[in-house]
Design a protein around this ligand. Structure first.
Ligand code: G6P
Ligand code: MG
Length: 211
């Protein structure tokens, strides 16, 4: 067995919440009056909420107080949570569920490694609340990706050496985090553009060709 564990990013890998992040940030950017598009949104993948706002404000001609920044991050999250309420197990797609089950059947452990503070809520929405062997997310880390903390915590929770873990990521920041953590990584979606991963996946089930 090449890997003892697979650590999955959540947004943009297990489920397509990245679209909801985009829609919520777009409303905030419009309210502030700054330009925002999918290219900027891609830079927010794997990055914490507060750091995301700083990236959005790069083109803002002015200075926001800490209270104003808190207002915008809170409001973004409220809009985002409202969108997440519509999610159900149907948003998972049969391929993802089937692939997760087949990896598990090989005796490989599975964990989540996500910068999101909403990870547990999202897992509940898509019916994976108690599925993973470990969940490492925004609630147990001090530094978000590209810092390796979230993946190192996941491997620690699983009791598996980092070199025995494969990370699955759609974010540049996440691929960089995996490299620093000494973990192999498989890129999917937007992540395949960066030439940083050990493997590029065309589809989620391609993981079965690797593990
Ligand atoms: C994931 C997403 C990021 C998001 C971060 C924090 O890593 O890819 O775009 O900013 O989680 O999410 P949260 O749900 O805590 O706002
Ligand atoms: Mg992601």
């Amino acid at each position: 067995m090449r890997y003892q564990a697979v650590i999955f990013d959540l947004d943009g890998v297990i489920c397509q919440t990245d679209r909801y992040h985009y829609l919520a940030w777009k409303r905030i950017a419009d309210e502030i009056g700054v330009y925002f598009d999918e290219v900027i949104n891609n830079r927010l993948r794997g990055i914490s909420r507060t750091e995301s706002l700083e990236i959005i404000l790069e083109s803002y001609d002015g200075e926001l107080s800490q209270a104003e920044k808190n207002y915008y991050t809170d409001k973004k999250n409220a809009i985002y949570l409202d969108l997440l309420k519509e999610m159900s197990p149907e948003d998972l797609g049969p391929e993802v569920r089937d692939t997760l089950d087949r990896i598990r059947a090989k005796g490989i452990l599975e964990a989540i490694g996500s910068s999101s503070r909403n990870a547990k809520f999202i897992l509940r929405q898509v019916g994976l609340e108690n599925y993973f062997d470990a969940v490492s997310d925004g609630s147990n880390i001090t530094n978000s990706k590209p810092d390796p903390e979230v993946f190192l915590k996941a491997s620690e929770y699983l009791g598996i050496d980092p070199r025995g873990c494969l990370v699955v990521e759609d974010a540049r920041s996440g691929l960089e985090a995996a490299l620093v953590a000494n973990m192999d990584c498989a890129a999917i979606g937007d992540g395949t553009k960066y030439n940083l991963a050990n493997y590029n996946l065309k589809r989620f089930s391609d993981l079965l060709l690797i593990v």
